[in-house]
Write a protein that binds this ligand. Structure first.
Ligand code: HEC
Length: 159
């Protein structure tokens, strides 16, 4: 390939890449059930890493600041993922297999979004608490984060 044509193809590629990275909300799912699987997977992993921190707070796992920081950071990344995977038409009953997403997510979407924002704000605090190296801070921040999980589940997840 000549330098000229390589330049040309890179030029064509770069805007395409920018579009992909700039629009996570437009993540493409081939089928509605793929979106359900995606968000459930993110939630399962969030739950697993919350569980690891809970074990530290309960004294079942010895306190190790580096591990705590790592788990909080993983939760931080995961907490931004589920929201792109709630396209219209993916409520409970509309897709095959397990799906606990209540229709109220779409009819009261602003409320759902603020519940997600509250959780992400709590997770930011959780990361600050993890970095402080203070187990008491961790305990408080983990409790506050769990409350934001529960608040959303109470309103938007099938019992
Ligand atoms: C803004 C709303 C909201 C917040 C905040 C939220 N969840 Fe959920 N969660 C849901 C919904 C809705 C479902 C059901 C998803 C489905 O079945 O498609 C769910 C499902 C789950 C599941 C089950 C996944 C499965 O396999 O069916 C777990 C575990 C979970 N959430 C953990 C958490 C944890 C831990 C937090 C807090 C760190 C949290 N969630 C915060 C709305 C939320």
């Amino acid at each position: 390939m000549s330098i000229q044509s390589l330049r040309f193809s890179l030029k064509a590629l770069i805007p395409a890449l920018a579009l992909v990275t700039a629009s996570p909300a437009m993540a493409q799912f081939a089928k509605p059930e793929d979106a359900v699987k995606y968000r459930q997977s993110a939630f399962v992993l969030m739950g697993a890493h919350m569980g690891r921190l809970a074990a530290v707070v309960k004294g079942e796992t010895p306190y190790n600041r580096d591990e705590v920081v790592r788990n909080a950071a993983v939760i931080g990344t995961l907490s931004s993922l589920p929201w792109q995977a709630f396209p219209a038409g993916t409520e409970s009953g509309k897709t095959p297999g397990k799906n606990d997403a209540l229709p109220v997510i779409w009819t009261e979407n602003a409320k759902f979004k603020s519940a997600a924002d509250r959780m992400q704000a709590a997770v930011a605090e959780l990361n600050t608490a993890a970095q402080s190296g203070n187990p008491e801070n961790l305990k408080k921040a983990l409790g506050a984060t769990s409350q934001t999980c529960k608040a959303c589940h109470d309103d938007f997840r099938k019992k």
